[in-house]
Design a protein around this ligand. Sequence first.
Ligand code: ADE
Length: 249
Amino acid sequence: MRIDIVSVFPEYFDVLNLSLFGKAQAKGLLEVATHNLRDWTHDVHHSVDDTPVGGGAGMVMKPEVWAECLDELLGPDELLGSQPSVLIFPNPSAPLFTQRDATELSRASHLLFGCGRYEGYDARIPEYYRAQGVDVREYSIGDYVLNGGEVATSVMLEAITRLIPDFMGNPESIVEESYTGEGALLEHRQYTKPAEWRGLRVPDVLLSGDHGKVDRFRRDEALARTDKIRPDLIETLDCTQLDKADRKT
Ligand code: ADE
């Protein structure tokens, strides 16, 4: 997968060379490039923003600068619609980014992230590229406002890239996690050894060696925790995702 990130603070992404992300680049699974949006400006001040039309506080990112940059990074093929790039703009006023989106995007061959700052970017930027046939997505990572799209991009990138085959050392670890798998439930709690620590015991069933009972216990706990902590997720479960023995919680 090729990943391009455009930002006025590309240094934010220096950390991408660390950890599994760095290893994935070394293994050739990922090819990552960061770009400074100001490199596509032509004025002495390298300005990327202007005051909002219609009034209001803050500054809005200009479409001309973004377009020069995005035209170059998408390339002529993309603008002709023959290269499957996905152009992603983090935006607090957009639909919520979910595990489902991460799974879908982990199969893309090229992701291009455009990190906005200030009061955001001119609305015609995504509109223009959509009209050219580009797959454009705008996503919020949660109901809070950050100073820009850089942190949101990092969050989405981590959620997406860890789902790429061979990215994780142990691929099974992603199967059972919260929000994935059959029912999009929160995950059951985890324990390791010792069986007793500071007077607190691991639940006996987990020590029983009976895999059927262990699976049932974990499933019941996942359902109960989801019902308590994220009832909104239970409401979106369809009946086919519940097995016969699932307790009504
Ligand atoms: N930019 C600022 N806040 C954001 C959020 N919550 N999600 C995505 N992009 C953002």
